[in-house]
Design a protein around this ligand. Structure first.
Ligand code: NAP
Length: 306
């Protein structure tokens, strides 16, 4: 499908890298990005679209953009950058909805936590001449919604871009520039590689947290009380992670199924080895493992990712 030619993109004023930016979805990530766009004056016009009138009203009250709609196509009309900031399960439908409104040369990006499905689900819907530059800001909290966002969320974090090999270089550079202005370091990598790395660094830890907290929740009532009471001994950190958005995490595990199952298999083997060491009283094995993991923590601190 060729891109429509009759929806002119606004000229960029002053040093704004973008004329009109459409944010589709205005929760934690979308609203944080809106705040960055405003703080850094990166866009002449920020068009906000979200599904519900309630969230739209909240975004308006927070003055996150210049125009507000529940129709993603209206927001995308004439935009030179559209960023999908919804759960990933909504991408295909949104891509089909915005496609007729996109002009040639427009860039479509996203912030989803799994990258290989984006090219598959969004790419085919986009008109020729529209550039797809998938992205993942590796930053977040367990909170959701437009009130939860803040402009500093991306400061000192990584943003991973996963354009395909044939992607337009200048489109990739423009999206990279935006994330740099958000305070992030940008790295470009292959989408499958991204998904394998994130399976171990993010998805598995969340799955473990969900499991531990759910196991505790299913213990008898009196023990549950003790769990909360003594939660500062380690459990507390898991409860924070396990409070992350259920819809978003459902989508992540379904979208990154293979990489997560692969890493889960390895994890189960390693867990079984530790279980055996405990049963056999193999203190040496336990201590060696814990020394190795302590060194990893030091590496995380040295890399300023603590
Ligand atoms: P959020 O706070 O829950 O906000 C989601 C936004 O998407 C809301 O505006 C919501 O609209 C809209 N939305 C939800 N379902 C929709 C649907 N079916 N169709 C259209 N719009 C829909 O979510 P978030 O934490 O910002 O996450 C958004 C994206 O960022 C996800 O793809 C996630 O993978 C990615 N991400 C999240 C984090 C994190 O830590 N949270 C980190 C990195 C990347 P209504 O409220 O109007 O229904």
């Amino acid at each position: 499908m060729p891109a429509r030619k009759h929806a002119p993109r606004p000229k960029v004023a002053g040093d704004s890298p973008f004329g009109r930016v459409a944010l589709i979805g205005i929760g934690l990530i979308g609203s944080s990005l809106a705040r960055v766009l405003r703080r850094e004056r990166l866009a002449r016009h920020i068009a906000i679209a979200t599904r519900s009138p309630q969230t739209l009203a909240a975004a308006k009250r927070l003055k996150l953009g210049h125009s507000y709609t529940t129709d993603p196509a209206r927001a995308a009309e004439g935009a030179d950058l559209v960023v999908l900031c919804t759960p990933m399960s909504a991408y295909a439908e949104i891509a089909r909805a915005i496609a007729p409104a996109l002009s040639a040369g427009a860039i479509v990006s996203d912030v989803g936590s799994v990258k290989s499905p984006v090219a598959r689900e969004v790419g085919p819907a986009l008109p020729k001449g529209v550039h797809l530059v998938p992205g993942h800001p590796v930053a977040g909290t367990e909170h959701s919604g437009p009130k939860a966002g803040f402009a500093e969320l991306f400061q000192g974090r990584w943003c991973i871009l996963t354009p395909d090999a044939k992607a337009n270089k200048s489109a990739v550079e423009r999206v990279a520039g935006l994330w740099r202005r958000a305070g992030s370091s940008v790295v470009v990598m292959n989408a499958d590689h991204h998904d394998r790395v994130l399976a171990i660094t993010s998805h598995l830890p969340h799955l473990i947290a969900y499991t531990i907290v759910d196991t505790a929740a299913q213990l008898e009532k009196d023990v549950q009380g003790e769990v909360i009471k003594f939660s500062a001994s380690g459990f507390r950190d898991f409860t924070r992670i396990a409070a992350s958005d259920p819809v978003m995490w459902r989508d992540i595990f379904l979208a990154n199924r293979e990489a997560v199952l692969d890493i889960l298999q390895r994890f189960n083997e390693d867990l079984t080895a530790l279980q055996r060491a405990i049963r056999r009283g193999d203190g040496r094995m336990l201590e060696e493992t814990f020394r190795r993991t302590r060194a990893i923590r030091k590496g995380v601190i040295d890399a300023k990712q603590a």
